[in-house]
Design a protein around this ligand. Structure first.
Ligand SMILES: *Cc1c(COP(=O)(O)O)cnc(C)c1O
Length: 229
């Protein structure tokens, strides 16, 4: 079996999972965006999935994201990792969306980068569901002010909230809290109705809680080698 055949099989299996999970949640698969998280994977894998119709790819390191976006410009690149302030402007030059905006210091450089390229950048505010700083994400109490800052910035479009389920928690409970926060956000920002949540291990629970963007790596590409950087 070639790598391309392997990826095709994995994509088919994942699609079946998404369709089943959406049906179980009374939702339409067409309302969910699959972001293929291609971090650590070669450009050839991205090209193979693009050939199969995947149009959204996610990366979590600025340097790697930039290189892949340059190599494959005709797909939508989603930045999903923790973002250094001094990389934000560059990320905004090629990304369609940034899922990991967790502090106000990112707003100006992202807006500057988006303004320079001349098209709006989609932004999710990342929220920490357990206030553990290691996973990233704004503290729950800081979300409203951060969302206001994003919504008020020219060239940034506030899409909604993003979260990674804490390892120790039940994903269903964590995503239930995320859903509650998303409802609260929408009271202030009616247009911010998207939720980025769900990975290989917990996409069913995320879809049950209203996720509109699932970020999936392992189920498509296989296990990553542990990377020491
Ligand atoms: C790596 C990563 C994913 C994908 O995780 P898998 O478990 O491999 O599906 C999703 N979101 C973020 C923020 C990631 O860093």
């Amino acid at each position: 079996m070639t790598r391309a055949e392997g990826l095709a099989g994995a994509l088919q299996a994942l699609e079946a999972r998404l369709v089943t999970a959406c049906a179980a949640a009374g939702r339409d698969r067409a309302d969910v965006t699959l972001v293929a998280v291609s971090k650590t994977r070669p450009v050839a894998d991205v090209l193979a999935l693009r050939e199969l119709g995947v149009r959204d790819f996610g990366e979590n390191r600025a340097q790697e994201a930039k290189e892949k976006a340059r190599a494959v410009p005709d797909v939508r690149w989603h930045f999903v990792g923790s973002l250094q302030t001094n990389k934000a402007r560059s990320v905004a030059s090629y990304a369609a969306a940034v899922h990991s905006v967790d502090r106000a210091a990112l707003v100006d450089p992202l807006a500057a980068g988006a303004g320079r390229r001349g098209s709006a950048l989609d932004v999710f505010v990342q929220v920490s569901l357990d206030d553990d700083p290691r996973r990233g994400g704004a503290a729950v109490a800081d979300v409203p002010a951060l969302a206001d800052a994003v919504a008020g910035a020219a060239d940034l479009r506030l899409l909604g909230l993003m979260a990674v389920a804490p390892q120790e928690a039940e994903p269903a409970a964590a995503f239930g809290l995320l859903h509650e926060l998303a409802v609260r956000l929408r009271a202030d920002h009616p247009q911010a109705r998207w939720i980025s949540a769900g990975m290989t291990g917990d996409l069913e629970q995320a879809l049950a809680a209203g996720a509109t963007h699932v970020r999936v790596g392992t189920a498509l590409f296989g296990r990553r080698e542990p990377v020491l950087r």
